[in-house]
Design a protein around this ligand. Structure first.
Ligand SMILES: [Zn+2]
Ligand SMILES: [Zn+2]
Ligand SMILES: [Zn+2]
Length: 155
């Protein structure tokens, strides 16, 4: 992994297809509810928009007033677990979601306006190896979140 900072370009992904595949792999029936969720997420992915479970749920309720919040929450968390959605943590403990694509990267977020920037800076492999050795852990992954104030919020 290169160490210089670069903004990762968002790319359109056939995300609705992938989401349907994951629902299927998880042995979940292709209900109308799930295909609504998949379509809505595909929309958000195309527009490159961040969303919260609340926001997604409200949008889905316009199509289906009986859509349950827990159903939406479980679907979103399952897709995070499968690596199709990314959960973005903010400095104040809240979070949102976005469809980031496959490339390994991390997020820099603004403490004030919650702007999110994808960055491909990562923890150097040697450093992780070293930590594993010192702690006698077989390290399987990591998360890294950067916080700060964007140019607009500093003015
Ligand atoms: Zn991202
Ligand atoms: Zn800001
Ligand atoms: Zn990383």
């Amino acid at each position: 992994m290169k160490s210089q900072t670069k903004i990762v370009q968002g790319m359109p992904v056939p995300v609705a297809e992938k989401i349907r595949e994951v629902f299927e792999e998880q042995g979940q029936r292709q209900t109308k509810t799930r295909s609504r969720i998949a379509n809505q997420l595909a929309d958000l992915a195309t527009r490159g928009e961040d969303f919260t479970v609340e926001g997604l749920w409200h949008d889905l309720q316009l199509e289906d007033p009986h859509m349950g919040r827990a159903t939406v929450f479980r679907a979103v968390e399952m897709l995070v677990g499968q690596g199709l959605l990314n959960r973005i943590e903010f400095a104040n403990g809240s979070h949102s979601y976005r469809v980031c694509g496959d490339a390994h990267h991390h997020h820099l977020t603004c403490i004030q306006c919650h702007r999110v920037v994808d960055i491909d800076v990562c923890i150097p492999v040697e450093l992780i190896r070293n930590i594993g050795k010192r702690t006698d852990f077989k390290i399987e992954g990591h998360s890294l979140a950067l916080f700060g104030y964007c140019a607009d919020c500093r003015n």
